[in-house]
Design a protein. Structure first.
Length: 240
């Protein structure tokens, strides 16, 4: 389907990835640096179903070479065959595409590797670490885990962003991005141990830039002893 995708596309094909073509139906600027794009799904949701934190890989043209980025579905509607994606805008081909996306534009996508297994027993408290790129996944996670209270460390500011945290159950701790994510790592290392001790069945969810995610995942697993079935960690982007 479409242009060749190099070794990444070949690997995804071997893993039985499914390809779809999405059509833009509209777009809006949430803030100057955050844009929501609406899509018709090209039959995807009927074929794959939908689950919390579900994500897709979009394929962008990067100076003639294919480039893929993953995005979490926002408000997927299988009956209507629609969903939205939210883009934290910065430099790069994905943001460039999102800035100019208009109704009728199409983009190719691949679904592979996404999944969600609800923790059992249900979390007594959710601890999430993320940033603007993973905000749609945080929103989906908080919605999926029902009435569980949550503490969210958010790198950056939520000013104007579509955060769906419920102030009655969810505490959001904003942390400025400093020293390539080191400030976020330091803050979580300082806050989390005591909070974990007070929760009998915690669930820890981490999705930041790749380096920060790895550092926090190792801390939670190796130093705090959280078992792998009680946590999830996925690097959403690479700092350049």
């Amino acid at each position: 389907m479409g242009q060749g995708r190099g070794w990444e596309g070949a690997v995804l094909k071997l893993l039985r990835a499914k390809d779809f073509r999405f059509t833009v139906t509209g777009a809006e600027d949430v803030t100057a640096a955050y844009r929501r794009v609406h899509f018709a799904d090209g039959g995807m949701l009927a074929a794959t179903g939908v689950h919390p934190t579900m994500w897709v890989r979009l394929w962008f043209d990067n100076a003639g070479r294919p480039h893929q980025r993953a995005y979490t579905l926002v408000d997927p509607d299988p009956a209507a065959g629609t969903f939205s994606l939210e883009f934290a805008l910065h430099e790069g081909c994905a943001s460039d595409w999102a800035r100019t996306a208009k109704p009728g534009d199409t983009i190719e996508a691949t679904v592979q590797g996404t999944g969600f297994e609800e923790p059992s027993p249900a979390p007594s408290h959710v601890f999430a670490v993320g940033d603007p790129a993973s905000l749609p996944a945080i929103n989906s996670l908080l919605g999926a885990l029902g009435s569980a209270p949550a503490t969210v460390w958010f790198e950056g500011t939520l000013d104007g962003l579509p955060c769906r945290a419920d102030p009655e159950r969810h505490e959001v701790r904003e942390v400025p991005r400093q020293e390539a994510g080191a400030a976020l790592v330091e803050r979580v290392r300082a806050d989390l141990p005591e909070l974990l001790r007070a929760s009998p069945d915690p669930y820890v969810w981490i999705s930041c830039d790749t380096t920060t995610t790895r550092a926090l995942s190792a801390f939670v697993r190796k130093e705090l002893g959280v078992p792998k079935q009680r946590m999830h960690a996925l690097g959403y982007w690479r700092a350049s």
